[in-house]
Design a protein around this ligand. Structure first.
Ligand SMILES: Cc1cc2nc3c(=O)[nH]c(=O)nc-3n(C[C@H](O)[C@H](O)[C@H](O)COP(=O)(O)OP(=O)(O)OC[C@H]3O[C@@H](n4cnc5c(N)ncnc54)[C@H](O)[C@@H]3O)c2cc1C
Length: 414
């Protein structure tokens, strides 16, 4: 290895690999990124079709994520914010529940909403106040239980849990039983209380595209890594690259021989896009469908969030089912009509994401640099190491890069 010019490779150009590359670049090291697909972003993807911005899965950037503040130019992304409220549909009835501390116009509708009792609404307020003050360190050091137990122990009624927390957090955790760690619940609730759920004006993929703009000429697209052994990266095309340091910014179980059989389970989601004549809600708002046995979980109007956008409804289906795409389309259309009195027109696209979010036994905030080191040459990054969020993915990329920099410069790892 040349001390001044070590070869560094990063496998994967999701936001984790990109954050690793930016961290290295800021310290004067140009890594070579290797990406199997033809574009950056990994799971953060947008298809633009007939002037419609179709994100691959409903995905938001919480603008208070510490990593978003660090790695992104938020102004340049022209973020569109959702209102701090949800519209809950239960068996054809509409209930508006919002954060009156942020927007007082939600005070009355929240008090009268038939999603839980007055005590529940007061508890939302006290929980928000408590979590705004609880530090991230304390959140991620707290004992873990399921989100469901956490909400029950906090004293929320079953009605409040079933009609609000369940659909809202199913749309975020991509599992229907609120089994995700209470640490993740506290973290996400805190981020929602402090800031906004946003989408860039050009769609969610604008995030990795903005990051990649710092890395011109450093990315090798359409190149799949088959295996990483020591200082050798074996590509599927038969070539081998020599690498002093390799950051694997994607699950490494299929790439590193001694990690075989450590593959995680993943949560999945389907997103259905329909055209519509509906004009949308008054403000960009997330709609929740809380009727019993509904497959449709949450929806929003793209024309609410994006300026001058064709009228399109995006619906997320998280629950497992055995329907064909045709049957699912009809079922969702019927549920939108019966539950929310909305008429969905032609189906534009179904996006089926089998590996959307990794699952965890226990979650952490982010890796320390030391924890990212697998061998002398190999370092790990990606959200699957600590928690399923853009924030963790970026911070883990940064941690792996800092570990590599410490090795090169002979510093102690922390
Ligand atoms: C539907 C959905 C909704 C989500 N909602 C939110 C949300 O609202 N808020 C939030 O914070 N997070 C959300 N997330 C999670 C967030 O998208 C992820 O945490 C983040 O994108 C993970 O980034 P990553 O770089 O770790 O992994 P990935 O994005 O998976 O990137 C890995 C990259 O490695 C490449 N790669 C893999 N194997 C190889 C190989 N052998 N050779 C070469 N390249 C390879 C892949 O092509 C990919 O580009 C959501 C995710 C999905 C899918």
């Amino acid at each position: 290895m040349s001390q001044n010019n070590p070869t560094i490779h990063i496998i994967g150009t999701g936001v984790s690999g990109l954050a690793a590359a930016i961290t290295l670049k800021n310290t004067g090291y140009n890594a070579q990124l290797i990406e199997q697909s033809s574009s950056v972003g990994g799971r953060v993807k947008t298809t633009v079709q007939d002037h419609m911005k179709l994100d691959h899965g409903f995905q938001v950037l919480l603008n208070q994520y510490p990593a978003a503040q660090e790695f992104l130019d938020l102004d340049a992304l022209k973020l569109r914010s959702f209102s701090p409220a949800s519209i809950v549909f239960i068996d054809g009835k509409k209930h508006v529940i919002g954060d009156a501390q942020r927007d007082f116009s939600y005070a009355w509708s929240t008090v009268v909403a038939g999603v839980g009792n007055l005590g529940d609404k007061w508890k939302v307020f006290t929980l928000s106040r408590k979590l705004k003050q609880k530090s991230l360190t304390d959140i991620f050091a707290s004992p873990e239980k399921t989100t469901l137990s956490y909400l029950q122990d906090y004293g929320f009624s079953d009605k409040m849990i079933q009609s609000f927390f369940k659909p809202f957090y199913t749309g975020i955790f991509l599992e229907t039983e609120l089994q995700t760690s209470s640490r993740m619940f506290e973290f996400v609730f805190k981020m929602f209380s402090l800031g906004n759920a946003t989408i860039p004006a050009a769609g969610i993929q604008a995030i990795p595209q903005q990051m990649a703009a710092h890395l011109k000429g450093q990315i090798l697209f359409n190149t799949t890594v088959k295996e990483v052994v020591g200082d050798s990266i074996h590509l599927s095309n038969g070539e081998t690259l020599k690498s002093d340091f390799t950051i694997i910014a994607t699950p490494a179980d299929s790439l590193v021989p001694n990690l075989k059989d450590t593959e995680k389970e993943w949560h999945s989601v389907q997103t259905l896009y329909f055209d519509t004549d509906e004009h949308g809600f008054d403000k960009p708002t997330i709609g929740l469908i809380a009727g019993q046995n509904c497959l449709s979980n949450n929806f929003h109007f793209l024309n609410d969030i994006f300026e001058n956008h064709p009228k399109v409804i995006s619906v997320s289906v998280v629950a497992k089912h055995k329907l064909s795409n045709d049957q699912l389309e009809e079922r969702v259309r019927k549920e939108l009509s019966e539950q929310a009195n909305l008429s969905a027109g032609d189906l534009i696209k179904i996006i089926d994401i089998k590996k959307a979010l990794p699952t965890f036994e226990s979650i952490q905030y982010a890796m320390t640099p030391t924890e990212t080191q697998l061998t002398q040459n190999i370092f790990l990054a990606g959200d699957q190491l600590s928690n399923a969020s853009l924030n963790a993915a970026m911070l883990n990329g940064k941690a792996a890069a800092l570990a590599v920099i410490a090795k090169i410069e002979g510093n102690q790892l922390v």
